[in-house]
Design a protein. Structure first.
Length: 285
């Protein structure tokens, strides 16, 4: 992967962040904090890794993505719009009564959504079903699942983890967005996950730890996961809630609060500066 390609993926991630800010501002609601922490993951998946066709959203041989932490739909919608599944202008209608972009993903209404999510803890179970179906039908697609660390306190996540290992679902690659914060505060204080990497390994998973905002590390981890046979892979991503917007970073209050106009303007200015910095760096090279 060239530096030019990595820079392009980073720019796409920043553009997705801009969509998160603009869309949550437009409807005065939503979940920007956890949305901003997964944009690098989404950029890598949709613009380098996943085999999808915007003209055929239900193509049976496509790779699938399950956003288990469904409240971070603004980031997923931003990625789908950037990819071309629907027009970017739709993002400004997030959570409005006449919009198909609801507060949580709906596979029956939004092109490119593979699973309706929102009730936390259930995404990995749905991903298991897709992966088992792929094995049964001898398909070579992969199923990607993005989990939150807060939702990983739920028992069903661990039942699903045990199931994936039991059925040797090496066509599942899960990302754990480990930003350390959930709606009620710090994950370690609400219900500590402890050595989450060791726990998944004990459940029979291959675990790769990365900086969830490092494009090169994410790409290398996906390659390693695809080359792992006979077991599912968890890519444990150390991330920052609100990443990319200074006044939102590591602030639990941005879990489910939308920016006002002043905050929106400040956030967009920061993100636009990041894009200019990337462009300057690229030209210098």
């Amino acid at each position: 992967m060239t530096d030019k390609k990595i820079a392009a993926l980073k720019k796409t991630s920043i553009n997705i962040k801009r969509h998160v800010i603009e869309s949550t501002y437009s409807c005065s609601s939503g979940h920007p904090g956890g949305s901003l922490s997964i944009t690098d993951i989404l950029s890598v998946l949709y613009f380098s890794v996943m085999n999808v066709d915007t003209n055929r959203p239900k193509w049976e041989d496509r790779d699938r993505l399950v956003l288990s932490k469904g409240h971070t739909a603004p980031a997923l919608y931003g990625a789908l719009a950037e990819k071309g599944f629907f027009g970017r202008e739709e993002l400004s209608r997030l959570r409005q009564c006449d919009s198909f972009l609801q507060g949580h993903p709906d596979m029956n209404k939004v092109p490119g959504i593979d699973m309706s999510t929102g009730s936390l803890g259930q995404g990995l179970s749905a991903a298991n079903g897709m992966a088992i179906a792929g094995k049964y039908m001898k398909k070579d697609y992969h199923v990607f699942c993005i989990l939150g660390d807060g939702e990983s306190q739920e028992g069903q996540v661990w039942e699903a983890a045990m199931t994936a290992a039991h059925y040797k679902l090496d066509n599942i690659i899960a990302f754990l967005d480990h930003n350390g914060l959930q709606i009620d505060g710090a994950v370690d204080e609400v219900m500590s996950l402890g050595a989450i990497d060791k726990k998944f390994e004990a459940f029979g998973w291959h675990v790769i730890k990365v900086d969830g905002h490092d494009i090169a590390q994410l790409l290398q981890a996906v390659d390693a996961a695809k080359n792992t046979q006979g077991m599912p892979t968890l890519i444990l991503c150390k991330t920052i809630k609100g990443q990319g917007v200074s006044f939102m970073e590591n602030r639990v209050e941005w879990h489910g609060a939308a920016p006002n106009k002043e905050q929106r303007d400040m956030a967009i200015a920061e993100l636009e500066q990041k894009i200019r910095d990337l462009e300057v760096l690229h030209h210098a090279e």
